[in-house]
Design a protein around this ligand. Structure first.
Ligand code: PLP
Length: 352
């Protein structure tokens, strides 16, 4: 195929594109000053773990696997078999390739995904031409015996749905009965570790993804973890290659995972910030619209409404960037970072 004949490929959209939003309005008559913009378009903790000065040697040396990161992760997640990855996104990208290449699935595999959810899961399986079945948590029981892989995000982004780990365990057993796999993305689970499937130490046919981007607010360091059987972890490691997680990242994440006092304080902070956001949205956006629904996790709230695009634009024009759901039926709001930002959000909501 000639270069000019190559198809134009598009990838899923993500939150966090603040510069793009600012540029879109910069030629307006009275553009919102750059400093006043609020980026609420991600579910990242706006007051994440604060990174101390990193020693120069950490930048200068190659990363080493026995630097303490694995032990810190084993202690934090309370597991033994764990692999650091360059964000859980790296595992989301590698898993379909590995399943395909090593023939881990039946001949015409069907990948069930509880949807809507973080779009990268479906996108990466589709890249490898797998058949995708969209499911709701209610339709899993009916379909599970026909699936080769079941993918779910718990709690879900953007719906906030949290599935009980006892239910997930039953699904895992049914999938394992016909050699099928369960992939659970727990990127938003850190505030509620007691709800994590990791407390059920059964790795067979189960792959759990964790992220340090959300609760720890360390999205930029690109680090996450996979908990699975040694067989799956070694395939991931082989395909990831050496030094996938950088030295500075390993240094930062080791310290963050071991910072018990910060972790405990952060849970309390997120709890109260989440209630404040919920109250604010209820007051300004739901009071006169009882048919609208609000759901979410401690790190974000999703407002389900008709005509979400209209409200999205009203907010954006006033310098508040939120995430319009791909199906345009809702808006996801992240947490403001400071008292100033809370006030600013409130004043914008008040004039809509
Ligand atoms: C549900 C979910 N899983 C995984 C990711 C990827 O996170 P990371 O690669 O930063 O660990 C995201 C990012 O938004 C997400 O929302």
């Amino acid at each position: 195929m000639k270069t000019k004949d190559l198809p134009l490929l598009t990838s899923p959209l993500h939150g966090g594109a603040l510069n793009q939003a600012i540029n879109k309005y910069k030629n307006d008559k009275n553009p919102v000053p750059e400093k006043q913009w609020l980026d609420l378009s991600t579910g990242i903790n706006p007051n994440g773990w604060s990174v101390p000065t990193i020693p120069a040697s950490v930048y200068n040396r190659l990363p080493e696997n026995d630097d303490g990161l694995i032990e810190a992760a084993q202690a934090y997640y309370q597991v033994s078999d764990i692999l650091p990855v360059a964000g859980s996104q790296e595992a989301i990208q590698l898993l379909p390739e590995i399943f395909q290449r090593y023939g881990l699935l039946s001949e015409n595999p069907r990948i069930g995904i509880i949807s809507p959810c973080y779009a990268e899961h479906e996108f990466q399986w589709q890249k490898h031409q797998f058949t995708i079945i969209h499911l709701s948590s209610d339709s899993v029981d009916e379909m599970i015996d026909t699936l080769d892989v079941l993918v779910l995000i718990n709690p879900n982004n953007p719906t906030g749905e949290l599935i009980d780990k006892a239910v997930i365990k039953q699904w895992q057993v049914r999938l394992a009965d016909h050699q099928a796999y369960l992939i659970i993305d727990e990127a938003f689970m850190d505030s509620t570790p007691q709800k994590s499937v990791l407390s059920v130490p059964d790795y067979e046919h189960r792959i759990v993804l964790r992220s340090v981007g959300k609760f720890f607010g360390l999205a930029g360091v690109r680090c996450g973890f996979v908990v699975a059987t040694q067989k799956i972890l070694s395939l991931l490691k082989y395909h990831q290659g050496p030094w996938s997680v950088s030295g500075p990242t390993r240094w930062v994440v080791t310290k963050a995972l071991r910072d018990k006092a910060w972790i405990d304080d952060n849970k309390k902070y997120l709890q109260s910030a989440s209630v404040r956001l919920e109250n604010l949205l209820q007051h300004y956006l739901m009071h006169e619209h009882p048919q609208r629904l609000l759901a979410g996790t401690l790190l974000f709230k999703t407002l389900f409404l008709e005509n979400a695009e209209c409200l999205y634009e009203q907010l954006e024009k006033r310098g508040v960037l939120v995430r319009l759901l791909d199906n345009k039926k809702g808006l996801r709001f992240g947490l403001p970072a400071s008292e100033n930002q809370w006030q600013r959000l409130e004043s914008v909501l008040d004039c809509i």
